[in-house]
Design a protein around this ligand. Structure first.
Ligand SMILES: [Zn+2]
Length: 293
């Protein structure tokens, strides 16, 4: 059956069983751990002390509106990792690339026991803080995408990126796929990003899909890796060129007449060609490139 919906590549779809679709999500997933649970070490009592946070870039996006002020403070009375302090403000650790404590770079497991000034920097590829130790991977082109970000998942596949996406996947499945397949997690669920197993991840700030794709390209430095129309937007497998003769029996009469070049998904068998929406998609791609540049 021919499919030619707005915003999609023109396609013919072969039926695919639910079990096939679910197969890439199989296997046991590690149960999530709660990063905000104090460790045994962190319960060691110390004299009360105060930490002050200074956020750079757009990191104040994660604070409640009332907390968006220059002087964010927290009083503590037990030894606490800087990661736990950061996340207690609602800021997931994968969003923090550089931590300075009293102007010295530290890791997430640095234990706070005294008054401290904490400065946090987001991942910015042209960051002036590059001289400091960075805690995040700047470039990653493999993703697992939260079920609520279906449009972003499709857009990433359209640009040629490898995206695991299942709208029914639960948190433990997302985390399992992320770990097992070494993917970056994309989600707007900041609690999910705070799980200790998450090494690389990103929370799109915008709720608009066009803005989200630009954010992800910038965050993971993907502009030079865009390869549009090379991956199936339905199942994520690569596309291969096929001759018209090879698939002609599956084409609608008008498609047989007007088109000569075709690609076929190596996973689900879907056929793609430069149909009536192709130029619209190309214009959209140019717009995305222009925004990112
Ligand atoms: Zn496919």
């Amino acid at each position: 059956m021919a499919v030619c919906a707005a915003g999609k590549l023109t396609a013919i779809t072969e039926k695919m069983s639910l079990s096939d679709r679910a197969s890439s999500w199989g296997g046991p997933a590690r149960p999530p751990s709660n990063t905000l649970t104090p460790t045994r070490e962190s319960r060691i009592d110390v004299n009360p002390f105060t930490v002050r946070l200074k956020l750079h870039g757009d990191l104040d996006f994660f604070l409640r509106s009332g907390a968006r002020s220059p002087g964010i403070e927290r009083s503590l009375s037990e030894k606490t990792s800087v990661k736990d302090v950061i996340e207690s403000f609602g800021l997931p650790h994968p969003e923090v690339d550089v931590i300075l404590i009293n102007a010295r770079p530290v890791d997430f497991d640095y234990a706070l026991t005294n008054d401290a000034d904490i400065e946090l920097y987001p991942v910015v590829t042209s960051s002036p803080k590059l001289k400091y130790k960075r805690l995040q991977i700047a470039g990653c082109d493999r993703f697992v995408v939260d079920g609520h970000l279906g449009k972003l998942a499709r857009d990433l596949r359209l640009l040629g990126f490898d995206v695991a996406y299942d709208p029914r996947a639960e948190d433990r499945q997302l985390l399992g796929t992320m770990e097992r397949e070494n993917r970056a997690l994309l989600t707007r669920d900041r609690r999910l990003l705070m799980h200790a197993v998450v090494k690389t991840g990103y929370c799109p700030r915008s709720q608009n899909a066009d803005e989200q794709i630009v954010e992800v390209i910038r965050r993971f430095d993907l502009l030079g890796s865009i390869a549009p129309f090379t991956r199936c937007i339905s199942c994520n497998a690569s596309l291969r060129k096929v001759s018209k003769a090879e698939i002609i029996e599956r084409l609608e009469p008008l498609t047989k007449i007007y088109y000569d070049q075709f690609q076929c998904c190596t996973g689900c068998g879907q056929i793609y060609w430069a149909g009536s929406h192709f130029s619209k998609l190309q214009k959209r791609l140019e717009k995305i490139r222009a925004y990112c540049a």
